[in-house]
Design a protein around this ligand. Structure first.
Ligand code: FES
Length: 137
C-alpha cells in the first residue's frame, strides 16, 4: 500500500494504489488549497474547482517519488503553462498557478490530477517566489 508523507504537516497516510492525491489529503484533514503563499487559504478551501483541474489552488510539490505518480495530462499542463480562464477567480483569469510553476517544472503537480501509485513525499502550498531570480528575468 503506497504511503503519502505530507512533509509540512508531518503526517503519513496509507492509500490504495491509484488513489487521488487531493482526495487523500482531504480525508487526512489537510487543506491543499493554500492560495498565494497562504493568503486566501481559508477561502480557497471552499472556493475551488473541486478537482476539475481548473483553479490551480491544489498545486503541490512532489519532493520525492514523482516516478510513483501518473504522467501529467493535458489539462494539468495547460493549467500550469497558460493563464487559462477559470470559473472560480474574480476577473476570470488566474496567472498564479503559472507563476508558481516557474522553477518547479519537474516537481509541481495539481493534487486533483495526481494518482498515487507508490510512496511519495508532498509539500503542500509551495510558495510563489515573486521576487526571485526566476521571476521577471
Ligand atoms: S482542485 Fe482546482 S485545480 Fe485541483
Amino acid at each position: 500500500m503506497p504511503v503519502i508523507k505530507f512533509v509540512k504537516e508531518k503526517k503519513e497516510v496509507d492509500v490504495p494504489r491509484g488513489a487521488n492525491l487531493r482526495d487523500a489529503a482531504i480525508k487526512a484533514g489537510i487543506n491543499l488549497h493554500q492560495g498565494l503563499n497562504g493568503l486566501g487559504a481559508s477561502v480557497n478551501k471552499f472556493v475551488n474547482c473541486h478537482g476539475f483541474g481548473q483553479c490551480g489552488t491544489c498545486r503541490v510539490n512532489i519532493v520525492k517519488g514523482m516516478e510513483n505518480t501518473n504522467p501529467m495530462g493535458t489539462v494539468e499542463k495547460l493549467r500550469f503553462r497558460c493563464p487559462v480562464p477559470t470559473p472560480v477567480t474574480p476577473g476570470g483569469v488566474d496567472p498564479i498557478p503559472c507563476m508558481a510553476f516557474i522553477g518547479h517544472e519537474a516537481t509541481m503537480r495539481l493534487a486533483c490530477k495526481t494518482q498515487v501509485n507508490g510512496d511519495i513525499e508532498v509539500e503542500t502550498g509551495p510558495e510563489v517566489d515573486l521576487f526571485g531570480e526566476n521571476f521577471f528575468s
